[in-house]
Design a protein around this ligand. Structure first.
Ligand code: FAD
Length: 321
């Protein structure tokens, strides 16, 4: 059977939330996920802690039990796996959607790397974690430059430059320093980002103040070499010995994919997709956006916490049509 009422692209928390609402409405739906279930969370740093408390990450009114108020990656994976066990989703894992177009009968034709499907409605819940925002500096392609951080062990006793001052950079800098790395941060602004988790911010600020972690503020990396990095600081050029660069400079949604489907994006640098804020329907009838993909380049606007409501908004609307 390849004809559906609804195809959901992306099996992240919000894609799953959409599937729960689709089940409630007895719709014939399919989730297509290019990786493992909740693949973005699977790819998070191993020991990350969510800034949200557990109940704010819940979907389908299923309690998220964890001992500490804020869960970590492992507990979140456990929770969302249990969600699948409970709801028994119709989901295809490790299948990537490569194209979506509407035919002359107003039915969506969905192409994947494995199959072809038809559906009356489509929800795009593809998140933003698959494409790193690059720095575009010489040497960025070297294997020692990482845009994703997993754990500290390989950085221990090495010279590590962490680029950025957001949550990912700060967590990585602290973790690597605590495991014995010699950590330097290069930060574009003159302070640690205000969005850094409130219980982590004093930690990094104190480590910088006491000199345990060296930070260059109002500075930019200009070149990465095999054993060195060059950074431009307010006091001129500085060359540092270097083994690894953690360029945790953010991620962006696959805007080309959205545009290839025909979704309009705002003309400014934020590239916010056009959608109806009550129904989440895009400029294409029957094609919806859900979750953090809605923010375009504004990736701090939507979280699991505040975007899980998209699921009910969309499915109530589809059911009312
Ligand atoms: C390190 C980190 C910490 C965060 N902490 C929090 C927090 O504490 N609280 C909070 O509320 N939010 C947090 N967020 C933000 C956000 O809530 C998460 O990114 C969340 O995973 C978003 O859910 P989503 O379902 O919208 O997207 P995602 O979880 O990113 O899911 C999108 C899914 O779509 C799949 N996909 C993409 N393209 C295709 C395709 N073409 N075909 C098939 N599948 C595709 C991906 O593999 C992925 O599994 C955090 C984000 C990061 C990066």
């Amino acid at each position: 059977m390849t004809d559906y009422d609804l195809i959901i692209v992306g099996g992240g928390p919000i894609g799953l939330a959409c599937a729960i609402e689709a089940q409630k409405k007895n719709l014939r739906y399919l989730i297509i996920e290019k990786g493992a279930i909740v693949n973005s969370i699977f790819n998070y740093p191993l020991y990350m802690t969510f800034f949200s408390t557990a109940e704010r990450l819940e979907i389908g009114d299923i309690p998220f039990n964890c001992l500490a108020p804020k869960p970590g990656r492992q507990e979140a994976l456990e929770y969302y796996r249990n969600i699948h066990r409970y709801f028994n989703f119709n989901i295809n894992l490790f299948e990537k959607v490569t194209g979506i177009q509407k035919n002359e009968n107003s039915i969506f034709e969905i192409t994947t790397n494995k199959n072809f499907y038809k559906s009356k409605n489509v929800i795009i819940a593809t998140g933003f974690y698959d494409i790193p925002i690059t720095m575009n500096v010489k040497g960025e392609e070297l294997p020692k430059v990482r845009h994703y951080y997993k754990e500290a062990h390989e950085y221990a006793f090495r010279n590590v430059l962490v680029v950025g001052a957001n949550n990912s950079s700060v967590d990585a800098a602290l973790e690597c320093w605590r495991k014995g790395a010699n950590v330097t941060m290069v930060i574009r602004k003159n302070e640690i980002n205000n969005r850094v988790k409130y219980w982590v911010k004093p930690d990094i600020e104190n480590r910088i103040a006491e000199g345990s972690i060296k930070a260059y503020f109002e500075s930019n990396i200009t070149e990465i070499k095999e054993n060195e990095v060059e950074i431009l600081t307010p006091n001129g050029k500085v060359t540092l010995e270097n083994d690894f660069v953690l360029a945790l400079t953010g991620y962006k949604p696959d805007l080309n994919f959205l545009e290839s489907i025909g979704i309009q994006l705002s003309n400014d640098e934020l590239k916010i997709p056009v959608y109806n804020m009550e129904t989440m329907e895009t400029n294409i009838e029957g094609l919806f956006l859900a979750g953090v993909v809605c923010g375009g380049m504004q990736t701090h606007k939507w979280f699991i916490e505040n975007s899980r409501i998209h699921a009910k908004m969309i499915l109530d609307y589809i059911a009312s049509k």
